[in-house]
Design a protein around this ligand. Structure first.
Ligand SMILES: *[C@@H]1O[C@H](CO)[C@@H](O)[C@H](O)[C@H]1NC(C)=O
Ligand SMILES: *[C@@H]1O[C@H](CO)[C@@H](O)[C@H](O)[C@H]1NC(C)=O
Ligand SMILES: *[C@@H]1O[C@H](CO)[C@@H](O)[C@H](O)[C@H]1NC(C)=O
Length: 328
């Protein structure tokens, strides 16, 4: 059996992963999640094998995927079909590289339905490639309105995406959202799971962006780095979080997927709170040492007093005289 190692498996809620042919290490937490990052590779003994995985969106949403860091040496190869079987259209056709070419990535793409079939094949030879990685995410598209839409953050994660997700967002759009914690005193936490927003890599500026405002803080989110998709922000006490997605008239990308939830409104811990336990322990140790010293001192004192009074009682000048007599 060819093994596909799942090194990272982030569980959220929308994907189902079936493995009708291959056995692979049981992914922790089961087969449901809306974000999956899998890293597949073969070993030298896994020859002439085919491994299929069916990726299914459980909530009837289409799937966005990105095969990257493909280091599979031909004729081994990775294929992706746009459906549940090999009869479905092949979106990625035996992706592999010659040893002289470098590691490569495919562009981001989407399924047309709720299924994708991932196929990994090995030839009769040994392997010299490191394998491949696949990023998969699925979430319902959010509405975009210029009038601020108010969203309530609860303890349970909710999803917000760019309009049209998993398709590309449109040009010249402005979408406004305000996220308020459901409970008074709680904070709002944002966690970006996927970001693909047009930016100028040389000038490091955003062409399109999600602008996040809370308290006096403004942060812009744009760019594209599938391998490090997670960016988190937490609002400040007493401030609402507002988000504006602004796109210009030029380039559209696949947008973003973000989850938001309310978290307990803990203030920044003070020095005392941060080191409370250490301070307590130090105080206890010092107290114990002081008490011990006092006890020892008292006991010694008593003993010495007793001893000296005992000596007084048994004082015998004869004895002393004896011991003092030179022995010659
Ligand atoms: C793999 O398949 C090739 C071609 O069918 C065959 O020549 C070779 O012996 C096979 N190798 C193994 C290890 O099964
Ligand atoms: C935010 O800005 C206002 C006005 O500049 C200032 O009075 C206030 O202290 C600032 N709040 C924080 C939390 O920095
Ligand atoms: C947060 O939004 C609510 C509803 O619009 C508003 O009543 C409240 O004053 C806002 N709080 C802040 C700090 O802006």
């Amino acid at each position: 059996m060819m093994l596909l190692n799942l090194k990272t498996f982030n569980i959220l809620y929308a994907l189902k992963l079936l493995h009708p042919v291959c056995v692979f290490p049981n992914p922790q937490g089961g087969h449901t999640g809306h974000l999956l990052i899998m890293h597949g590779h073969r070993t030298d003994t896994q020859r002439n094998q085919t491994c299929n995985w069916l990726l299914t969106s459980k909530t009837n949403n289409r799937i966005l995927y990105h095969a990257y860091d493909i280091d599979v040496i031909c004729p081994d190869g990775v294929s992706i079909h746009d459906g549940p079987t090999e009869a479905a259209q092949q979106k990625v056709n035996n992706a592999c590289r010659d040893p002289t070419n470098s590691v490569f990535s495919q562009s981001i793409d989407t399924s047309s339905g709720t299924n994708l079939l991932l196929k990994f094949m090995s030839d009769g030879g040994t392997s010299s490639g490191k394998g491949f990685s696949l990023f998969v995410i699925s979430a319902p598209s959010s509405d975009c309105t210029e009038n601020t839409k108010i969203l309530a953050a609860t303890k349970k994660e909710k999803v917000l995406t760019s309009p049209m997700f998993p398709d590309k967002y449109q040009k010249s759009k402005t979408c406004n959202w305000m996220i308020m914690p459901e409970s008074k005193g709680s904070l709002v936490k944002l966690d970006f799971k996927f970001v693909d927003i047009d930016y100028d890599s040389s000038k490091k500026t955003c062409h399109d962006k999600v602008e996040i405002n809370y308290g006096n803080t403004t942060k812009d989110v744009c760019g594209s780095d599938i391998t490090k998709p997670v960016k988190t922000f937490t609002s400040e006490a007493g401030s609402n979080m507002t988000l504006t997605f602004i796109t210009d008239s030029i380039q559209e990308e696949n947008g973003f997927v973000m989850v938001y939830m309310e978290v307990d409104g803990m203030m920044e811990p003070s020095f005392m709170q941060k080191y409370f336990m250490i301070i307590i322990i130090v105080v206890v140790i010092v107290a114990v040492i002081i008490i011990a010293v006092v006890i020892v001192a008292v006991v010694c004192c008593c003993k010495r007093k007793k001893k000296s009074s005992k000596n007084d009682d048994v004082y015998n000048p004869e004895e002393v005289k004896l011991s003092e007599t030179p022995t010659d």
